[in-house]
Design a protein around this ligand. Sequence first.
Ligand SMILES: Cc1ncc(C[n+]2csc(CCOP(=O)(O)OP(=O)(O)O)c2C)c(N)n1
Ligand SMILES: [Mg+2]
Length: 389
Amino acid sequence: MFCGTAIGMASSASVNSTSTIACKIALIAPAGANLGNPMTYLAKPKLHHPSLTQNKVCHNRRDYEGRISSLCAGCGHDSISAAIIQACFEMDVEPHRVAKLSGIGCSSKTPDYFLGNSHGFNTVHGRMPSVLTGANLANRGLLYLGVSGDGDSASIGIGQFAHVMRRGVNMTYIVENNGVYGLTKGQFSATADQGSKSKKGAINTDTPIDMISLALQMGASFVARSFSGDKQQLVPLIKAAIAHQGAAFIDVISPCVTFNNHPGSTKSYDYVREHNEAVNRVDFIPPRAEIVVDYAEGEVVEVEQHDGSVLLLRKAHGAHDVHDRIAAMNYVATHQAKGEVLTGLLYVDDEAVDLHHHLNTIDAPLFSLGVAELCPGPAVLAKINAGLR
Ligand SMILES: Cc1ncc(C[n+]2csc(CCOP(=O)(O)OP(=O)(O)O)c2C)c(N)n1
Ligand SMILES: [Mg+2]
């Protein structure tokens, strides 16, 4: 079902072709490249410094990279890719155990720029959640990473977004939120704040959709917001979301340097830096690792997840309880009314169960089942039919 590269991104041109494009591509191909399948992208050299450290599954950080990004220099989405790479390297994730899925948009292109050795599926615009749900039901043995944009998830894909959250699909769902349709030249998206200005000066009159509030309302069991420019906050949040056994959602404000990084935008680097209200800082402690705390007790809350991992929350504001869904919704709404961007872990249900639990599905991935398990025989079938008469 999956292939190592996202569908639609690999070139199918032939080197035997006399076309100028193919010849040019062949000229820039690195030594050792497979010239039977010339590339329309720049390949990263495979070489890396010998002193690069390896993690517990014998990979160095570069093994978690993908192709060279074709996004604009300074794009927040590239920082999110770097955070995903760091989180997966530090968590000793085996790349072949990850399935990364996306929709359409600059944000949805990014799975090509990280985890090049993982499974990838670039779906139709806004339809990633249903493909992810199907893949997850077929094979629960993989780690599912859904990557999407505010247009992909809050406009065309909003129905799919709502249902994947309420079903509790075990996944990490990241929205790279820039408030615009970056790929199609900067139209306001549904997350653009009312009254915010486009690059050309138009004012957005529509009420915004807040993805965090929607995810909380729809039943997501891990909800966080972060900023692409704050790796210190984002990396542990991604790790915690990956370890979470349920629907984990992270809304990452990710400025679009080309279409939405001007005064009047509420998704620009300057605006988010000035209005970032971090509710807590998360330290992620993997299962069985020793917990070492170097700050005052009382400011720290421990949250143990199903897999034994522990989240140490250093609270910036004593009042917020991350286990209280309703309080989180109020907290987000109150800060939003003040024009502040609330970041950090906002809600977690450490007892969360996922869609497989609700449906009581078999533990084994479907591909591993043989005829005996899939076809119980005529006697069982007759009994089922009799029960329906
Ligand atoms: C069915 C369909 N409708 C519209 C489009 C045009 N389109 C391509 S990307 C996009 C919006 C992407 O916005 P977002 O998800 O925010 O991604 P960004 O580029 O901002 O990262 C649109 C409307 C499309 N590709 N397919
Ligand atoms: Mg966008």
